[in-house]
Design a protein around this ligand. Sequence first.
Ligand SMILES: [Zn+2]
Length: 81
Amino acid sequence: MTQTDCDDALASLYQYLDRELNTASSTEIRSHLDECSGCFQRFDFERRLKSVVKERLSEEVPDEFIDRLRLAIAEEIGKGS
Ligand SMILES: [Zn+2]
């Protein structure tokens, strides 16, 4: 596993979650997540966050709010390594 793989995977993570990737890219991400627990944890967290936000809030969530959450998560993950 190289750092580039992880960078690529994380760069496409949000598109993957939003199902905005084509099939080839999705397959690549999925196989990376299968092999890389670090990226999988990140992905899993984002996926849960997304569904919680969707469940709890009926109205549109401001991007600002999501960005702030992501920053907090990034800091949390940064601390661990
Ligand atoms: Zn990775």
